[in-house]
Write a protein that binds this ligand. Sequence first.
Ligand code: UTP
Length: 291
Amino acid sequence: MTSVRTAVIPAAGLGTRFLPASKAIPKEMVPVVDKPTIQYIVEECVAAGIEDVLIIDSSGKSAIGDHFDRLMGLEAALEAKGKTTELEVVRGLAELCDIHFVRQGVALGLGHAIGIAERHVGDEPFAVLLGDDVQVDGGALLRGMIETHEEQQGSVIALLEVEPDEISSYGCIDPIPIRDNLYGFERIVEKPSAEEAPSNLAVIGRYVFTPDIFDAIRQTEPGVGGEIQITDAIGLLNQTQPVTGFSFKEGRYDCGKPLDYLKATVEIACMRDDLGPAFKDYLKGFVATLD
Ligand code: UTP
């Protein structure tokens, strides 16, 4: 068992980049191949050894709760038809791990959403995985971040090098190398312009926090977009308790963004043993027809 027992998955955002799909369906329930994005994320928690998950949702997102619940009518119908494989899939979802829910009444920002987890998390370190960021690596990134938290005894944030014209969509640090893929920083800024960005290292949707982040969130004023930004709270925390950046290279898809969502769908379908061979054959033929 790891020192980090709880993962928080904020999934209460409005999903404006994924409209119209996200109007009546939570964007976290939009499937990549045949699984909703949030299922990949819960499976990642389990792969990294975390078995207590708190999902922050909001009104209109109850489909997320239903997805991880028992559905007796469907189970009975599958049993009656002898569809045992499908029955195992449906039942297995309710047994993945302990899943709890709490609501964010108003989408006041990611920092605000994480602050709502305080009562559940208590005085322990915890992980945060964004509900629309799919990481395909069998839990390796999260495990590495937890090990770094244990070693450094502080909070850890995931970093990914992005193209200069993409940095304005992310939080960004001025890296101070520690060793290998680990960095400290003095400054962290939310959504800087390409010219103002202190580096092209973007803060990506995986975090391991000490409970001190909750005090930092309480002290954080609304920032970019009028939202309580977790980036600003991390900047405050870093002043009293150094935060470590953990850079990684592969496996991340921002499924809240249509282009990344398409890449995730194609690449994850190609990785699948059941669909991959036939889908790759189709793709090769299709690509040959493109100009
Ligand atoms: P995003 O900015 O990607 O999500 O937040 P969004 O606000 O839903 O999407 P767009 O930008 O309008 O398309 C990252 C994560 O934080 C959650 C979102 O659900 C997403 O998983 N979030 C964001 C909250 O839970 N509450 C908030 O107030 C804001």
